[in-house]
Design a protein around this ligand. Structure first.
Ligand code: K7E
Ligand code: CUA
Length: 670
C-alpha cells in the first residue's frame, strides 16, 4: 500500500514538473510565436466594419455561469447570455419575469459553474433550435432559445452532485445526459464519509426534451458504483442508442483523490444503452424516489414560473440487464468523443499520454459473445461493479494513438478524416489520422488548453475550417492586470489546409470550458428583431400610453409604465408610501430592431434592459420618504438624458393622493 501511495505522489510530482516546464517552454517560445503564425493571418480573421462573421460561437462562461456569443473568425464578443448567474446590467435574476428561473430546492441560487454548451440536433447535426448547458455545482441543465438568445428553462437534477458529464445530446435530442462527478448517498442522508464504498452512488440521468416545445423533463436515473463520472458524449449513426461516460476514481477514494484516484492503471468508463434503459423505465422496472426538484421555465405569458416535481424513476444495473457496460481505459481518462460516423469512440487518457480508439462494432460483438472480464483489480468483476459487465480493453479496441502528447483531454473532428486532440500538460493540439491513428501535425497553444472546438466538430457533419483552442492560462498573452488575469484565452487556428496555422488570440470571460459553433446562416435569419406588441402576452404589459396607470391594492402598488423615445408614461408618480411594495412594469413599446430602453431607480438593486416589444418588472420597496429619480439606462436617442422621472415617497401612514402622469396630464385616485 505504502509503495502504491508513493507511486501516486511521484506521479503527481512528475505531472507538476511537466506542468511547470511546459510554462517555461511557453515563455521561451513567446518570442518565436511569429514562426507559428501564418503569413496573412491578420487578413484571415479580419472582418471589415459593417460586415458579419461567418460563424456563431457559443462559449461556456465556466464560473461566470453564463454563455458568451462570439463571432468567428473575428473573435468579437456579440452577446452575453445570462443563464445561471444574475446579470444586473440587464436585470436577469432581478426582474419578476426572470427571477423564477434561478429557483432551486436550495433556494434562489444566483451563481453556477457552466461547462458544456450543446446544440439541439437532428440526425446528429445541429438544428439551430436550442442550446443546452450544464450547471456543475447545483446540478441543473438550462435551455437557451436561439431565436431570442435567451434562457428559456432550467431544470434541476435531483439525487446527483457535480453535474459535469452534461448535457450531451442524443442524435435527435431525444435525451440529454446528466451525471455525477461526485458520488453521494442516494437519497442524500447523514452517513459517515468513510462509508463511501457502501453508501455512496454514482448517478447518471437522462433528461427528455420535447421535440416541439423544448420543455425538459427528468426521464430516468441510473444508480452506478461510486466512481466519479466525468464527461460524456452520445453516439450517432450505428451507435445512436448509446451514450458513453468517462470516469475516474474507480478506486472509490473519498479523500486525497490526487493520489487515491490514480492507483489502478485503468478506470472503468460506462457505455449506456439509453434506448434499453428507457424501455426498462417505461416497463416499470425502476424504483421510485421522491426527492424534490425544480423545473423553472418561461411560460406562454413570457413570465418564468417554477414547478416542483418529486418523483424519479431510478434504475439499478440489476433491474435492467443490457443497459450498462464498462469499458476499461487507461488511467483517469477525461474526454470521450464519438467520431462523425458514430463508428468509433475516442477516449483521452489524461494521465496516460495516449488516446484509445474503441470500435463500436467490436463493442457490440463482445457484448453479444458475453466476452466479459471475470475480475477487475483482483476482485470479482460483477461484485465490484454492482453487476455491470466489464468488457475487455483489447476486445473493443480499434487502436491506440501512442505517445500522442502529455495530458490529452478532448478530441474534435474535421469531417475530413482527421481528429484533433487537446493536450493540457504539454500545451498543444495534435492532429491525427482516424484511419491510421498516426499523428500528422502538432501546434503549440498558450497555455494549458482544456477543450478545443471545431464548428460542428462533435456532430455527424463537422463544418471544419476553424479550430478554437480554449486555454486555461493566459499569463503573458495580454497586458498584465494584477495577479489575476480575469480573461482566459481563446486561440483561433486555421485547419483548412494540411497544417494547422495559428491565426489569433482573443480574451474570453470567465473560464470557457467547451463551446459550440455553427455557420451564421443557421441562426441569423431566425433571430428575433423585436417582439410585435400583439405577441406580448405578459399580463403586466401596457401596450399604449393610454394603458399606462398606477394601481394600489393595500400595500401593493403596480405601476404599468411605457417607454418610447424619449419619455416614460407616467414619469411623475406621487402617493407611494414607506411600507409599500412597488412593481414597475415597464413595456418598451418601440417596434423597431435594437431600440431598447432601460429602467433604474435610485437605491434599486439593478437596471433592466427592455428589448423592443417586451415588458419587464422590477420590484422596489422604498425605505425612506423623499423623492426618487428614475431614468433610462440605455442611450436610446439624442434625448436619452431627458428620459427620466420622479417618484415621491411619503412617510408610512401619510395619505398623499395617488397621482401619476407625464407632461401635465395627471390622473389621480385615492
Ligand atoms: Cu475538460 Cu468541464 Cu469538459 Cu473543463 S471539462 S477542460
Ligand atoms: Cu430610453 Cu434612453
Amino acid at each position: 500500500m505504502k509503495t502504491i501511495v508513493m507511486e501516486g505522489k511521484i506521479l503527481a510530482l512528475f505531472l507538476i514538473g511537466f506542468f511547470i516546464s511546459s510554462f517555461f517552454a511557453g515563455c521561451a517560445k513567446k518570442t518565436g510565436i511569429k514562426a507559428g503564425l501564418e503569413a496573412g493571418a491578420a487578413q484571415k480573421v479580419y472582418v471589415p466594419p459593417g460586415k458579419w462573421d461567418k460563424y456563431y460561437a457559443f462559449l461556456s462562461g465556466g464560473y461566470s455561469g453564463q454563455v458568451e456569443v462570439y463571432g468567428l473568425p473575428s473573435g468579437r464578443l456579440i452577446k452575453v447570455i445570462p443563464v445561471f448567474s444574475v446579470w444586473p446590467m440587464d436585470g436577469y435574476g432581478y426582474t419578476q419575469e426572470t427571477k423564477p428561473l434561478l429557483r432551486t430546492t436550495y433556494g434562489f441560487i444566483s451563481w453556477d459553474d457552466a461547462h458544456h454548451p450543446e446544440f439541439s440536433e437532428t440526425n446528429g447535426i445541429p438544428n439551430g433550435k436550442w442550446l443546452f448547458i450544464n450547471a456543475n455545482n447545483t446540478p441543473r441543465i438550462a435551455r437557451i432559445g436561439l431565436r431570442t438568445f435567451s434562457t428559456k428553462e432550467i431544470i434541476q437534477i435531483p439525487n446527483a452532485a457535480g453535474n459535469h458529464p452534461s448535457p450531451f445530446s442524443t442524435e435527435n435530442s431525444e435525451y440529454l445526459t446528466a451525471g455525477g462527478r461526485f458520488s453521494v448517498p442516494v437519497p442524500n442522508q447523514d452517513v459517515p464519509i468513510s462509508s463511501y464504498k457502501k453508501t455512496f452512488k454514482g448517478v447518471i440521468s437522462f433528461v427528455h426534451v420535447d421535440p416541439k416545445t423544448g420543455r425538459m423533463s427528468l426521464a430516468f436515473q441510473i444508480l452506478m458504483p461510486p466512481f466519479d463520472y466525468d464527461i460524456a458524449h452520445c453516439g450517432k449513426g450505428p451507435s445512436k442508442h448509446w451514450c458513453f461516460f468517462t470516469a475516474y476514481n474507480t478506486e472509490e477514494a473519498h479523500t486525497l483523490l490526487e493520489v487515491g484516484a490514480s492507483q489502478y492503471d485503468k478506470d472503468l468508463t460506462a457505455a449506456i444503452n439509453w434506448k434499453k434503459a428507457a424501455s426498462c423505465a417505461k416497463a416499470g422496472k425502476g424504483m421510485i424516489l421522491h426527492t424534490p426538484y425544480y423545473d423553472d421555465y418561461v411560460g406562454k405569458n413570457l413570465v418564468a414560473k417554477s414547478v416542483v416535481f418529486n418523483k424519479e424513476i431510478v434504475l439499478t444495473p440489476q433491474s435492467c440487464p443490457g443497459m450498462a457496460y464498462y469499458i476499461p481505459i487507461e488511467k483517469s481518462p477525461h474526454g470521450v468523443d464519438v467520431t462523425p460516423s458514430g463508428k468509433h469512440i475516442v477516449y483521452s487518457g489524461k494521465l496516460a499520454s495516449q488516446v484509445s480508439v474503441v470500435s463500436f462494432k467490436k463493442m457490440i460483438s463482445a457484448i453479444k459473445n458475453k466476452d466479459f472480464s471475470k475480475t477487475v483489480y483482483g476482485k470479482p468483476a460483477l461484485k465490484y461493479t454492482d453487476g455491470i459487465p466489464v468488457l475487455k480493453y483489447n476486445d473493443v479496441l480499434k487502436g491506440i494513438v501512442k505517445n500522442i502528447c502529455l495530458g490529452p483531454l478532448h478530441t474534435e473532428f474535421d469531417g475530413k478524416g482527421f481528429a484533433y486532440t487537446s493536450c493540457f500538460i504539454s500545451s498543444e493540439i495534435v492532429k491525427w489520422n482516424l484511419k491510421t491513428l498516426k499523428v500528422v501535425d502538432q501546434i503549440p497553444v498558450y497555455y494549458a488548453i482544456g477543450h478545443l472546438m471545431i464548428p460542428g466538430g462533435d456532430s455527424a457533419h463537422p463544418w471544419g475550417h476553424y479550430l478554437l483552442a480554449l486555454d486555461k492560462i493566459s499569463k503573458d498573452r495580454y497586458l498584465p492586470v494584477g495577479p489575476e488575469m480575469d480573461c482566459r484565452s481563446a486561440q483561433l487556428i486555421d485547419i483548412s489546409g494540411n497544417r494547422m496555422r495559428l491565426l489569433s488570440d482573443f480574451p474570453t470571460l470567465g473560464e470557457p470550458h467547451y463551446a459550440q459553433a455553427c455557420p451564421a446562416s443557421l441562426l441569423d435569419k431566425n433571430a428575433l428583431k423585436y417582439l410585435p406588441l400583439k405577441d406580448n402576452t405578459n399580463p403586466w404589459a401596457a401596450k399604449t400610453e393610454a394603458d399606462a396607470k398606477v394601481v394600489r391594492k393595500g400595500d401593493r402598488v403596480d405601476v404599468y409604465m411605457t417607454a418610447i423615445r424619449s419619455h416614460f408614461v407616467p414619469d411623475n408618480i406621487e402617493g407611494i408610501r414607506v411600507g409599500d411594495t412597488v412593481y414597475f412594469h415597464v413595456t418598451n413599446i418601440e417596434q423597431d430592431f435594437d431600440i431598447r430602453h432601460g429602467f433604474a431607480i435610485k437605491g434599486g438593486p439593478s437596471a433592466m434592459f427592455i428589448a423592443p416589444g417586451y415588458t419587464l418588472t422590477l420590484k422596489w420597496k422604498p425605505e425612506r420618504p423623499g423623492i426618487y429619480p428614475f431614468y433610462c439606462t440605455d442611450f436610446c436617442s439624442a434625448l436619452h438624458q431627458e428620459m427620466q422621472g420622479y417618484v415621491r415617497v411619503s412617510p408610512q401612514g401619510v395619505k398623499t393622493n395617488l397621482c401619476w402622469g407625464t407632461g401635465g396630464k395627471t390622473n389621480c385616485k385615492d
